[in-house]
Ligand binder design. Structure first.
Ligand code: NAD
Ligand code: 3PG
Length: 371
């Protein structure tokens, strides 16, 4: 790859300090300016070569058109739904993420919400703080022997499955790309969503936010679920339709929800957050020291590799000699294909190294527009 000149980078959110340190060690000038309003960002971005964000900075078409020198938008994390990838690509700006850096943290929070839903832990803790000793009100149910439906069997879905299997849950799931043969290897039986909805005691969603996943759980699909089903969303607000969820909670069709993400963050409409059967967090899935260290370090190393003209996938130091990147390629007619790239470094104890590369289509949006 030809080297790309990056002399200045703006970090617009709280990213691990290693990110700034690595960039600076490599001669890149870094400015950290968190919490900018849209107009401030548009004024600030115009001269920078690179921008590093998490999920709160909305890098929309206006911001991109105000950026005269921008060559790279680095997302220290997974989801790039806060970046207008089409607008960036049209301007020749590369969008990079660090998709495996926060997988374990997001999976662990998902499991914490599933466990909290089964035993009312947050509500009971709050009641204790208020001076109560109410053992009847917080009667729970075991997870053992229950059915967990996992919609989206990628990195996080896989990690959630193995952890919840250790609680004796049966894990079933659906994914249009990961094959049933692959997920059978991790103990997840795949089936159609029509078959999945009525079987689940718990449902957790782990898909990207895109037109085909908006409202996966909606009035129609809640109606197909078991009465009292409990749901978790640690992926993106809107994959579970918020108004439909509130209706399902009120009718008791849904017995409880664990929500880490919202359509609007922070949510101005408080009705879900305040519902007694909802446990919510302020988008904490990736908020661990470990995940932030990995994501901050990875995005900096990827930018440095790009500056040096090295491979885009060569910088990742973690996950057992495996590097993963998502490449988002906008095609014609509003079609976007996401290609997963995985580089495996195989080492034997005494002899040489061997590298293999896997490319696979992770998602295809709007594909009907092609036919
Ligand atoms: N709460 C947090 O802080 C947090 C942290 C990390 C990731 N996330 C979010 O979690 C989600 C999953 O992340 P990941 O790393 O596992 O992604 P991933 O790309 O590894 O997996 C996503 C999976 O969803 C599947 N998918 C796509 N469309 C689908 C559909 N219509 N129905 C079912 N499956 C579908 C894909 O085939 C893929 O296997 C993303 O939205 C990401 O932004 C949130
Ligand atoms: O997609 C992600 O990586 C998560 O939602 C984490 O977002 P954050 O970096 O803003 O915590």
């Amino acid at each position: 790859m030809a080297p790309i000149s990056i002399q200045t980078v703006l970090i617009s959110e709280s990213v691990d300090p290693r990110c700034k340190a690595i960039l600076e060690e490599n001669g890149i000038r870094v400015t950290e300016k968190p919490n900018m309003k849209r107009d401030e960002l548009m004024a600030e971005i115009k001269d920078y070569d690179g921008l590093v964000v998490r999920s709160a900075t909305k890098v929309n078409a206006d911001v991109i058109s105000a950026a005269h020198n921008l060559k790279i938008i680095g997302r220290a994390g997974t989801g790039v739904d806060n970046v207008d990838v089409d607008a960036a690509t049209k301007k020749g700006i590369i969008v990079m993420n660090t998709p495996s850096g926060n997988t374990i943290s997001a999976a662990e929070l998902t499991c914490a919400l599933l466990m909290s839903l089964s035993r009312n832990v947050p509500q009971a803790a709050m009641s204790m703080k208020q001076g109560n000793w109410d053992r009847k009100k917080f009667m729970g149910a075991e997870l053992y022997g229950k059915v967990l439906g996992i919609v989206g069997l990628g990195r996080i879905g896989k990690e959630v499955a193995s952890r919840m299997q250790s609680f004796g849950m049966r894990t079933i799931g659906y994914d249009p790309i990961t094959t049933p043969e692959v997920t059978a290897g991790w103990g997840v039986e795949q089936m159609s969503l029509e078959q999945l909805w009525p079987q689940c005691d718990y449902i957790t969603v782990h898909t990207p936010l895109m037109p085909s996943t908006v409202g996966l759980l909606c009035d129609e699909t809640f109606a197909k679920c078991k009465k009292g089903v409990k749901v978790v969303n640690c992926a993106r607000g809107g994959i579970i339709d918020e108004a439909a969820l509130l209706r399902a909670l009120e009718s008791r069709q849904c017995g409880g929800a664990g929500l880490d993400v919202f359509v609007e963050e922070p949510p101005k409409n408080r009705s879900l957050v305040e519902h007694p059967n909802v446990i919510s967090c302020p988008h904490l899935g990736a908020s661990t020291k470990e995940a932030q260290a990995r994501c901050g370090e990875d995005i900096a190393l990827q930018i440095v590799d790009m500056v040096k003209g090295k491979s885009l996938v060569g910088a990742n130091k973690h996950s057992y000699n495996t590097c993963q990147r998502d490449l988002m390629l906008p095609l014609d007619h509003g079609v976007t294909v996401v290609i997963g790239v995985q580089l495996n470094r195989l080492t034997s104890t005494q002899t040489s190294e061997k590298f293999t590369m896997e490319l696979y289509v992770k998602s295809l949006t709007n594909c009907h527009a092609l036919v």
